[in-house]
Ligand binder design. Structure first.
Ligand code: DX5
Ligand code: ZN
Length: 216
């Protein structure tokens, strides 16, 4: 059974407390929180102050996805804001190894996110240090985009890499995840399904989360 992480990017920001309550009461496992700097990605979302408030309302793991340049500048702030898992982009880090160690030394789980064009092979020398790899299945920056099919092959390759090395690193997929493509993603080896529109644009978000959890 996959873990399901609704992305609050697709929620009504005027009623974040309701969105948090819904996720708390649902079968979802994590909150997925997208931080965008308007530089690494062409969009600006929200940052530490908002996450601090989400942390007060949320009763589940906070999975923070940093789409920012030089994320090492903010790791400590996100720890203080309540992040449990902190993912940085491979493409945004000159010293990825140092950044991963920084995240872990602050007491968070460390994740690395890969853009659609970045091959998973590039993680060979760091995979053993990672708690999670986030495969972007759309170009980061916006919710509601179409799933890039090639991501399925990347997930299978990464699954093999992790299993061959006998690691417990989680594979998370983010972007264009639907109730329809969730089974193929789970079969390819995904552990965590992120879903924004599929959950928050659904008539019944609880049912959407339930259907994602049931993917096999
Ligand atoms: C996109 C974000 C995603 C986004 C997914 O850059 O990283 O987490 O919220 O939205 P959907 O599920 O609508 O593609
Ligand atoms: Zn995300």
């Amino acid at each position: 059974m996959p873990l399901v992480a609704p992305s609050l990017l697709a929620a009504d920001f005027l009623h974040l407390a309701d969105a948090c309550k819904m996720v708390n009461e649902s079968e979802a496992d994590w909150f997925h929180l997208d931080v965008m700097d308007g530089n690494f990605v062409p969009n600006i979302s929200y940052g530490q102050p908002v996450i601090e408030f989400i942390n007060k309302a949320a009763t589940k793991t906070l999975d923070v996805h940093l789409m920012v340049q030089q994320p090492e500048r903010y790791a400590e702030d996100f720890k203080k804001a309540g992040a449990d898992v902190l993912s940085v982009h491979y493409e945004a880090c000159t010293h990825l190894h140092r950044n991963v160690q920084q995240i872990k030394s602050l007491g968070m789980k460390a994740g690395v996110a890969l853009n659609p064009h970045t091959p998973v092979d590039l993680l060979e020398d760091i995979i053993g240090d990672l708690d999670l790899v986030l495969i972007m299945s759309v170009n980061p920056g916006f919710g509601g985009q179409k799933f890039i099919e090639r991501s399925l092959e990347k997930i299978s390759t990464l699954r093999r890499m992790i299993d061959d090395a006998k690691l417990s690193t989680l594979i998370e997929v983010d972007g264009g995840v639907t109730i329809e493509n969730a089974p193929a993603l789970v079969q390819a080896g995904v552990d965590v399904l992120v879903a924004g529109s599929t959950v928050f644009r659904a008539e019944d978000p609880f049912a959407a989360i339930k259907a994602l959890k049931a993917a096999k």
